[in-house]
Write a protein that binds this ligand. Structure first.
Ligand code: GLN
Length: 251
């Protein structure tokens, strides 16, 4: 009888333990981002919030994983994903041919537009002014971004000005306010947020480039890519991704 009881106890214990295990997340999903990019990622107090964080969160939930977000320099995100230090990179990250040589990208979940911010009353009144004969502007950008790359190729390499790169979008905007740069090239949504938060700045009407944002994952981690992309595609189809975008954009 005693033996019977011990056995029963053992069975109950095993069941209780496995029930416990089932409730535990199936692992961590680590995400690298750069959190001066509102509304995609920014600080609310000491918490990183925004579109990318929420989309990553609903993907993680679907996969039964626990999301962990780390804020690093923008140009460290892809190397961090490549070396496996982080599972995913999500930072309003534009899909480009060069980056596709380094990492794999998920389906696109949002569109970005490169725009130009100037101080009110600036001599630069359209994007074309940046490419005009004899132009000689100092362009502020964030290091390693597509804005930085385009400005380098189209403006600096053509002898039409100088590109200054900053670690954060907010630093580039400060430099514009201080007169260290004549304009800043960056993505439209952070541009809107930064112009709203800083007096005396405006966004030029003309667009510089239209781009797709996607999630970066190591080329070595095709299993995770399938899982993450599968979840993302479902969340796009059922409207969950749009809901997150609507929550932050165009209110
Ligand atoms: N979309 C731009 C890029 O991928 C900028 C992203 C960012 O600054 N977070 O380069």
């Amino acid at each position: 009888m005693k033996k019977m009881f011990a056995l029963l106890l053992a069975v109950v214990l095993v069941l209780a333990l496995s029930a416990c295990a089932a409730k535990q997340p199936a692992g961590k999903l680590t995400m690298a981002t750069e959190a001066t990019f509102p509304p995609y990622e920014y600080y609310e107090g000491d918490k990183i919030v925004g579109i990318d964080v929420e989309i990553a969160q609903i993907i993680a939930e679907k996969l039964g994983m626990e999301l962990e977000v780390t804020d690093i320099a923008f140009d460290s995100i892809l190397p961090g994903v490549q070396t496996g230090k982080y599972d995913i990179g999500m930072a309003g990250m534009t899909v480009t041919d060069e980056r596709m040589e380094q990492v794999n990208f998920s389906e696109s979940y949002a569109t970005g537009v490169q725009v130009v911010i100037v101080k009110d009353g600036s001599a630069i009144t359209s994007v074309d002014d940046l490419f005009a004969d004899g132009a000689n502007n100092t362009i502020g950008t964030q290091t390693g971004t597509t804005g930085f790359l385009y400005a380098t190729w189209d403006i600096e390499d053509e002898g039409l000005g100088t590109v200054k790169a900053f670690a954060k979008t907010t630093d580039a905007v400060e430099a514009l306010k201080n007169g260290q740069v004549d304009c800043v090239i960056l993505d439209n949504e952070p541009a809107k947020a930064l112009v709203a938060a800083n007096e005396g700045l405006s966004i030029l009407d003309s667009e510089y480039a239209v781009e797709d944002y996607a999630i970066a994952i190591s080329k070595d981690n095709t299993e995770l890519m399938e899982k993450v992309n599968g979840a993302l595609v479902e969340l796009i189809k059922d409207g969950s991704v749009q809901k997150v975008l609507d929550k932050y954009i165009g209110k």
